[in-house]
Design a protein around this ligand. Sequence first.
Ligand SMILES: Nc1ncnc2c1ncn2[C@@H]1O[C@H](COP(=O)(O)OP(=O)(O)OP(=O)(O)O)[C@@H](O)[C@H]1O
Length: 743
Amino acid sequence: MDEKDVSMEIQEISLDHNQRLPVSQKIDELSTETQNLKVHTEVKSINADSIPGPEVYDALLFLGIEYETLKKKYLEESELLKKKYFEECVERKRLYNEVIELKGNIRVFCRCRPLNQAEIANGSTSVVDFDPSRENELQIICSDSSKKQFKFDHVFRPGSDQEAVFAQTSPIVTSVLDGYNVCIFAYGQTGTGKTFTMEGTPENKGVNYRTLEELFQISRERSNIMNYELFVSMLEVYNEKIRDLLVEKSNQPPKKLEVKQAAEGTQEVPGLVEARVYGTNEVWGLLQSGSRIRSVGSTNANELSSRSHCLLRVTVKGENLVNGERTSSHLWLVDLAGSERVERIEAQGERLKESQFINKSLSALGDVISALASKTAHIPYRNSKLTHILQSSLGGDCKTLMFVQISPSAADLGETLCSLNFASRVRGIGCGPVRKQADLTKLFKYKQLAEKLKHEEKETKKLQDVCRSLQEKVRVLENQVAVERKTRLKQPLKEKKPPLGPSKLKMPLKEISNFLPPPSPIPPHKTMSYSAILPASTDDKENMLRPSAAATKTKSILQPRRTIAKKKPSLGPSKPRMMPVRRISYLLPPPSPILPASTDDRVNMPRPTAAVSNTKSFLQPRWASLSLRLPQTSTARVLQPKRRFSIETLPPEFNSHMITPLTAELKSRGAMGSQSFVRNPYRIQRISRIFSPLPGSRTASGATVQATPTAMRSCSKFMEAGSLRPKHSFVRDPKKFLYYTPY
Ligand SMILES: Nc1ncnc2c1ncn2[C@@H]1O[C@H](COP(=O)(O)OP(=O)(O)OP(=O)(O)O)[C@@H](O)[C@H]1O
């Protein structure tokens, strides 16, 4: 019986009897007891030693609080540091850009390669001379032993290594991280080291690799506030065709690439490979693979001559982690094809064609640079693929750096001078910040505006002075008028003449259009007063001009300060007497029926025509609108007033001294007469203006005519009412003048 059979038997026994064996039962009981004992012992030991006291809890609590405080402090300080760093970055960016702007947005570095083996073997000598005291200058010894000096932003001598070159270049390339578009290109004769400067060799890596290395380095440094993504594209422009250098060569024909304008206005090449790069390790391999595909050929100037322009584009997309600001900028690193003379390299066939394309695009680049220099409105970017691609990164706010590569060999003297002259022209663009130069044009405009403003201010000041002096004169005259008015008001009482008018008619000077005549030796009934010209019961009464029918009923109207007369058709045979009134408000009759052409009694109005009669009276007023001659015994017919205007007359003693522009002219023509021009009030206006006194002229009595307020008002009034406008706006104030108001 084997072991299997025994266990089967035990199982059967157990199942049969449905109960366990006493041994196994005992074992179970014992194991349970042991377990309980174990737990009991453990619990006992815990109670004794392991439960921490309240001091431990306190300590734990304290540590927890301290941990929280420290954590909070750390977070605060790191925030503060971040902020400070950000501020520093902003300030650095601002200062750096200021420096770049001051130096010029286009900078030119010159690099001279050493004499190569072949040249040394040929016994070629160097024609480039460097003055140790002048770092940025070089001299070219011409064939006639004369020296030509050139100055650039930096000059690298044959001994300068790649590191020294990049040390000067790095501030410009890194501004791409601040959101600026940057373009660096190497220009020069074939075999002068353009590719060496830009690409370099595995032992002496050039600007391209070092740039990416620097960009990675800085983006790592700024990682706490900035997040950068770097992309690389590589293309060549060969015979005016764009070729993607990051696409592996295949049997399929290459994709046709074109320059297109993106929605944001930048120039893009749709379909161009854009490789995201994360570190320097992959970059070198990528650049090398691109360079390998590049079109090269052998010329007698360079065994591995670049037959195309090689463009490396680094796109930087940045996100500011503090303020969320996003930037996207391009850095172009261009290795141009050699600027060689076709005949010099003895190019033929394919090489000749290549050279022609190369020279054409280089000349287009020269044109763009010239246009940028002369700030012409149109920059011919589209004349070549090269300039079209670089459009967004050449000129304006972009930062441009040009390496002009030269050979020291005497054999290359001509080409060297050509390259240096071109580079000098390019540098001319960057003489001073682009924005500053743009401001100069604006500055000139502002200067002109400022001068104009200054002149206008001067004029205004002058006018204000004139206005002030006129106001002063008016004030003086107002006082005089007030005194005169008082005197006149007293006089009629003394002489028992009818009162001049109710005192309530005392109006401010502005509203006074006339004064009553001074007391006259002529009996009252012969003077041109209201009482005289409005007899109560004769025909003359009807002939008198009156303002309205109602007016005649009111006595107050008959005693105005301003005398109102009505013109009559016939005034009788007697010689009319000159009114000593200075101004009379006159109501004009309708023109034709009431103004007989040939009676002495008519109202003789001055007019400047040759037909005017010999009567000099119309010439008497100096500031008068009209001189009025009225008969001593008038038999005027009452006429319906047509128009109302003011007439001024002057006392006869003014006659001989009155000189106005018009009288002078009329006198000289002998054309002064007495013909009335009442019919044409517009002419009156003009005459009134012309009759206004000459500045500073004085009357026989010594009064300054110019200062007479009536004259001023008279003149201004007509100027205002008629087509003749006052010269200056300040005399347009309607309150200052009485108006000639036709009604
Ligand atoms: N500064 C330098 N120091 C040492 N060697 C240099 C220097 N510059 C150029 N060279 C060497 O001169 C040769 C020609 O240089 P490179 O090919 O860069 O000229 P290139 O201007 O690019 O010519 P191409 O326009 O024909 O392409 C290379 O062998 C390069 O290593």
